[in-house]
Design a protein around this ligand. Structure first.
Ligand code: NAD
Length: 377
């Protein structure tokens, strides 16, 4: 018998095509009468369309959402929210815009709604990453969980193919790490597997025909499930590595996930056989890590950290940073192992799945390890 704890979600989810027309009713159901719309500078026209739909319930638009949620942007947004008397926020965009909504909610207590336009999944999590003075910190805060998420597939049709692919693989990374999470539960396992099935089915079609509404719906469905997993169970080595690479070298978020994932899966494979079997079910092939590497390659995703602007000299530094304050991981983490996998990821080489004998050798290290269990995105 397996014991487990499952944390249910409080977020209401509306999913479909044309569902943005339901945002005024959803806002009204939450008692929101002055909705502040958030977006990135490139999405002002979409925000204007939403403002028109909201009519008298639109309090204004703040179009300055930026990557990694800089605190100075949040402070300007909070001042604007107060100036226009906003009683709620509506994030229209990807993870950066949703992050701004959460940061505002943390400081003001305003309820949040979102219309996600990428596959990042942040809208389903209580996780907030913020940047101040060049340093990004990530926290789990129940008070930043969104109240209502309206997925409108139509809004994702314009997501460029290259962004769609890496954003989709970013979602797959949430699902993969949920399969072997420390606090894994059967519901999260089911959702993660279903997310992988949907995303591996949809992304090749999206890469060929970005306007295929069915494939877009499948991808968004997978991204929702993967985001829910991310919000439900703790992440491990893969997310820690990507967090370090983004923070220390400014590497782009989704692209970094796409490069690193097969290598961490290869490393964790011997310690997480059930997860590997589920990944291989979604991506039949020689093994889970190779399946992920080949899948990303077929879709034209980046495969080398050096192509994302990482200096070779950064590999050793990143390995130290990862091992210094490691998240819980199914397989113990030491700087040498991380350096080895990052060296391959830096050069764009395929993943190397370690043998069981290597695992038992590293396994003996665990008894002396002081790594701590932390849950982060
Ligand atoms: P993003 O929100 O920065 O969007 C990427 C770019 O795509 C932006 O320029 C945006 O304007 C554009 N874009 C978005 N949707 C579009 C559409 N439909 N059509 C055309 N262009 C579109 O990127 P992202 O990958 O969605 O999010 C990354 C950020 O989210 C990172 O800061 C990451 O840390 C954070 N994140 C947080 C969590 C969490 O749970 N807290 C989860 C995942 C990601």
């Amino acid at each position: 018998m397996k014991s487990f704890v499952h944390r249910g979600q409080i977020t209401k989810v509306v999913f479909g095509s044309g569902t943005r027309s339901r945002v005024p009713a959803e806002a009204d159901a939450l008692g929101c009468r002055r909705v502040l719309i958030l977006c990135t500078p490139g999405h002002v026209s979409r925000a204007a369309e939403m403002s028109e739909l909201l009519g008298g319930a639109a309090a204004g638009t703040f179009p300055e959402a930026a990557a990694h949620t800089p605190v100075e942007v949040t402070e300007r947004a909070v001042a604007y929210a107060r100036a226009v008397g906003a009683d709620s926020v509506l994030a229209m965009g990807g993870g950066s815009t949703v992050g701004l909504g959460k940061a505002i909610a943390l400081r003001t207590g305003l309820p949040q709604l979102a219309l996600p336009t990428t596959y990042a999944g942040s809208e389903m999590t209580p996780i907030l990453g913020e940047t101040e003075g060049g340093r990004k910190t990530t926290r789990r805060l129940p008070e930043v969980q969104l109240r209502t998420v309206v997925y409108d597939v139509d809004l994702t049709l314009s997501l460029p193919t290259t962004v769609s692919v890496v954003s989709g693989i970013n979602a797959m990374a949430h699902a993969v790490e949920s399969l072997y999470a420390q606090d894994q539960d059967p519901v999260a396992f089911l959702m993660a597997g279903e997310a992988l099935d949907a995303l591996t089915r949809a992304l090749p079609v999206v890469a060929q025909r970005p306007d295929d509404a069915e494939a877009r719906a499948d991808a968004l469905y997978g991204a929702w499930l993967a985001g829910t997993c991310l919000g439900t169970v703790g992440m491990a080595l893969h997310h820690k590595v990507c967090h370090v690479l983004g923070g220390a070298f400014g590497l782009p978020h989704a692209e970094t996930h796409a490069v690193v994932l097969p290598h961490v899966v290869a490393y964790n494979g011997p310690a997480a056989p059930e997860a590997m079997a589920r990944i291989a079910q979604a991506l039949p092939g020689t093994d889970a890590a190779t399946g992920l590497f080949d899948f990303a390659g077929r879709l034209g995703a980046p495969t080398a950290l050096r192509d994302l602007g990482m200096p070779e000299s950064g590999v050793a530094q990143a390995a130290e940073l990862v091992a210094q304050d490691a998240y819980w991981n199914p397989r113990p983490v030491d700087p040498g192992a991380v350096r080895a996998l990052l060296t391959r990821a830096w050069a764009g080489e395929g993943p190397v799945t370690s043998s069981g004998s290597e695992l038992s050798r590293v396994g003996s290290f665990i008894e002396h390890s002081t790594t701590t269990g932390v849950h982060h995105a």
